[in-house]
Ligand binder design. Structure first.
Ligand code: FAD
Length: 211
């Protein structure tokens, strides 16, 4: 997984900062939840924020988690992985287009193949597909057609935005041992970075999958 790069590039922030050290996404969720019982968006203490977020989760009142969002840039994954990622319908995606990328596609090679007797054949076929792809493009075949020769191992990059509810759902499905290794690595990295900026909202998942 040395090629994988996951980076949290933006997340929800308050325009008017509050006094204590509660992180903005946690505060936005808790104070949005609290508004159903009081008139104002209050300056809640850290303990109260934690209590409210846990209560919302335990009650299944998770629509409140949709008030915060997280945007990640993900590089160095295969199209196998990105295909699984884009099945998550509540997220927003922008993926590198194969119609406009440079001529020299790269590939992701699973460790199991890299360490096996199939490595040489696997790498040779990747090279052959890349060579034919380049030859076809140079001969005037459009990239949108030439790309049909590229295997699922072809490397891609993608920007993903999820609200807090969807990110929690995604992590629950994709960070567990039953998930495929590549998307699992992506989900675990997203969890680590989301937990840094929203430690209360992601605390239970951090304990479940990382601690
Ligand atoms: C281990 C694993 C193996 C898998 N294997 C396969 C496989 O073999 N073949 C395959 O096709 N897929 C497979 N998938 C993908 C899986 O079926 C889902 O498409 C994918 O995980 C997205 O999950 P989701 O629909 O819950 O999430 P999202 O699309 O992110 O949706 C989030 C939630 O919103 C709600 N929602 C979204 N859209 C609708 C809707 N139209 N109607 C009602 N509620 C909705 C649901 O509550 C849903 O859980 C696999 C997933 C995992 C984790």
């Amino acid at each position: 997984m040395e090629k994988l790069k996951v980076k949290l590039i933006s997340y929800s922030m308050l325009v008017e900062k509050k006094g204590n050290d509660v992180k903005d996404p946690d505060r936005i969720v808790a104070e949005s939840g609290a508004i159903s019982h009081s008139k104002e968006f209050k300056d809640l203490s850290s303990d109260k924020v934690e209590h409210l977020i846990n209560l919302l989760r335990d009650l299944g009142h998770e629509s409140v988690f949709e008030h915060v969002s997280f945007t990640f840039s993900i590089e160095g994954i295969s199209r196998v992985c990105s295909h699984q990622l884009v099945r998550h319908r509540m997220a927003s995606f922008t993926q590198q287009s194969q119609r406009y990328v440079p001529l020299d596609p790269d590939f992701i090679v699973p460790e199991s193949i890299n360490n096996s007797e199939f490595k040489d054949d696997f790498l040779r076929i990747l090279e052959e597909s890349r060579d034919l792809y380049k030859k076809m493009v140079q001969a005037g075949i459009k990239k949108e057609d030439a790309r049909f020769i590229l295997p699922q191992a072809v490397e891609t990059k993608i920007i993903v935005t999820m609200n807090g509810r969807e990110l929690r759902h995604f992590i629950n499905l994709r960070a567990g041992k039953e998930a495929q290794w590549e998307i699992r690595a992506v989900a675990l990295e997203m969890l680590k970075q989301a937990h840094k900026v929203s430690p209360i909202l992601f605390d239970d998942l951090y304990k479940k999958f990382i601690d």
